[in-house]
Design a protein around this ligand. Structure first.
Ligand SMILES: [Ca+2]
Ligand SMILES: [Ca+2]
Length: 285
């Protein structure tokens, strides 16, 4: 039954009921009243800490995204693709960010800190996120020195930021050495590694393998001098904490004052227009 059929319906009571419902819905949507339940906005600052022992691993800047769960950068046991390779081999995210944005246009993307040596911390500027658009957190950072080692979440929905009421609840992400990945894209070779004196990161030998957990290979750099000046000593065991990401979230207040007044006027205008078009009984009373 189309709209014209409804208007000439010979049963006025039934036709009016059918017609009224979509108009009420349209008026509510036009007036901005059709909002997801529990949606909330937060300003979030992200702090990173290198927890590795002195003279052990450092990290390239952390690449992050607050997102809807659609971007999956890599999979354990599968060949790494350009987005995660740009983090794992270069630390830059030059392919990771564009791929993320293309897969999830509503994602809020950014970086935290610079090169993070053992014991260092860094805090980001604020990211404004919306619980209805950005319910998940994803991260990736190159481990240095290395050829293609990184930390990051395989499952894009591993880290939920909010509870069912829209409250920001994720406090920290802690990574141990056993959670360090080898991208399997570049073979181990100190001469081609990033962050080593005498290493040329622009050179690479294909590894032709798959993404897999691996931190033991890092001990192969022991005794070599890093670009930061310290002599590398891995010292890592399975349970060694190496990295912490923590969150400082501040709820954004509901709009008040002129902005809220303007929103109210627009909502009222939208409702009045649709009430007139729809000839709701209220318009005639
Ligand atoms: Ca994955
Ligand atoms: Ca490798």
């Amino acid at each position: 039954m189309n709209r014209q059929n409804i208007l000439v319906d010979q049963k006025p009571g039934l036709g009016r009921r059918l017609f009224r419902q979509p108009c009420v819905l349209a008026a509510a949507m036009a007036g901005g009243l059709w909002l997801p339940v529990h949606a909330a906005k937060y300003d979030v600052k992200v702090t990173v800490e290198n927890l590795a022992p002195g003279n052990s691993i450092s990290f390239a800047p952390l690449r992050i995204g607050f997102h809807g769960g659609t971007f999956d950068a890599f999979n354990d046991g599968q060949v790494a693709t350009a987005p995660i390779i740009s983090v794992a081999e270069g630390g830059s995210g030059s392919d990771w960010f564009p791929a993320f944005g293309a897969a999830d246009p509503g994602a809020v993307l950014g970086s935290v800190g610079g090169a993070l040596f053992p014991g260092m911390t860094a805090t980001s500027t604020s990211f404004r996120i919306d619980s209805s658009v950005n319910p998940y957190f994803t991260f990736a950072s190159m481990v240095i020195p290395s050829n293609d080692f990184f930390i990051g979440n395989d499952n894009p929905m591993e880290y939920s930021l909010f509870d069912s009421a829209g409250n920001f609840v994720l406090t920290e992400v802690l990574q141990s050495a056993s959670e360090i990945w080898n991208a399997g894209s570049e073979a181990f070779d100190p001469l081609n590694a990033a962050f080593l004196v005498g290493g040329n990161n622009s050179l690479r030998t294909p590894e032709n393998s798959v993404v897999a957990f691996n931190f033991t290979e890092l001990a192969g750099f022991d005794g070599l001098t890093t670009a930061a000046g310290y002599v590398f000593a891995s010292q890592l065991t399975d349970d060694s904490p190496v990295y912490r990401i923590s969150f400082d979230a501040t709820a954004v207040p509901e709009a008040t004052g002129p902005a809220a007044l303007l929103g109210g006027v627009l909502a009222l205008a939208g409702f009045r227009v649709h009430r007139r078009r729809c000839q709701l009984p209220a318009a005639r009373s």
